[in-house]
Design a protein. Structure first.
Length: 330
């Protein structure tokens, strides 16, 4: 599809260049021949019918002018042929450069749709299988039915979270700018920790904070979402009974916020921000539910808010995610 579009765009560029070149060539040819003919007419009117030698001179000049006009025609044809060749090469290169970002965007969109479809299919298949088995078994007890409903509800919740993340990613793609407001980052972190406290208790993970009351300037809603993703991720990948530490330090005009866990660690820190990427759970022996979208959303928030999100990790010892916030002057 894009090869065809590239050739069509190349042809369009070449046609545009050749129209301009032909227009200029015709004007130049007309101007040159007009001036040459005027010069010949001036010579004829000057010499007139004085003598045979004068008339012979005028005829010779007329021949030279015709040769000059033929030379101009040849030069114009050669010049346009060279322009055609060079414009074809340049237009092909330019068309390729123009279409490359569109092709990458189209490829990313197709990959996103494919990955999203795959992730949606997994819980839907589990739901369908469980329900079909339950319906086919007429001797199912009340406890067994309750267990199936509980499992189905868990899959529905997973689907709801996935669709929420997909909708967030779609909206974030449209919102390429961040709003700016002053807020207390310590209070924001407290609200995030309070929201995730039940999840931490289920894993017996302690969430500690060491963030003094500092005023920062950024998009408060997006920073809250970024923190929620990072803390949620830290809890998920912490060992039972572990600790997640949120702290900050001042560096010049920046407040550096870090979320640290002592969990399984990250093997490939370069790929973790890729959509739907998840590391091999068999290596850690930890079954963590998720779809690999959280850190991708976090990275997009980072790009919009310019927080310089980065990560350091060591397998078996944990990970530290850090990002920067601009502090207010007062």
């Amino acid at each position: 599809m894009f090869k065809s579009a590239q050739f069509k765009l190349t042809a369009l560029f070449v046609v545009a260049v050749m129209i301009i070149s032909t227009f200029l060539s015709v004007n130049w040819y007309n101007a040159a021949t007009t001036e040459l003919n005027k010069a010949l007419e001036r010579q004829q009117s000057f010499v007139g019918n004085r003598d045979a030698r004068g008339r012979a001179f005028v005829r010779s000049q007329g021949g030279l002018i015709e040769q000059s006009i033929d030379a101009i025609k040849a030069n114009i044809l050669v010049s346009n042929a060279i322009i055609l060749l060079l414009s074809s090469v340049a237009s092909y290169y330019l068309a390729r450069r123009v279409l490359q970002p569109i092709e990458r965007s189209h490829g990313a969109q197709r990959q996103f749709i494919s990955d999203a479809s795959h992730e949606l299919r997994t819980p839907l298949t589990a739901l369908t299988t469980e329900m079909e088995v339950t319906l086919s078994d007429s001797d199912s007890t009340k406890d067994e039915l309750r267990e199936v409903l509980s499992s189905s509800l868990e899959e529905v919740r997973a689907l709801t979270k996935l669709t929420d993340n997909l909708m967030m990613m779609a909206s974030e793609e449209e919102l390429l700018t961040a709003s700016s407001s002053r807020f207390d980052v310590s209070k924001l972190i407290e609200s995030v920790v309070s929201k995730l406290e039940p999840q931490a208790k289920l894993k017996s993970v302690k969430v500690a904070t060491r963030v003094p009351h500092k005023k920062v300037v950024s998009d408060e809603a997006k920073i809250k979402e970024l923190l929620t993703i990072l803390v949620d991720n830290a809890i998920k990948y912490s060992f039972a009974g572990g600790e997640v530490l949120i702290k900050s330090k001042v560096s010049r005009s920046k407040l550096i916020v870090s979320v640290e866990d002592h969990g399984i660690g990250i093997e490939d820190t370069e790929k973790i921000f890729t959509r739907f990427y998840r590391e091999d759970e068999s290596r850690s022996g930890m079954n963590v539910q998720g779809f690999g979208l959280g850190l991708s959303i976090a990275k997009h928030i980072d790009e919009v808010c310019q927080t310089n999100l980065r990560v350091s990790s060591e397998m078996g010892k944990g990970s530290i995610f850090m990002f920067d916030l601009d502090m207010t002057k007062d």
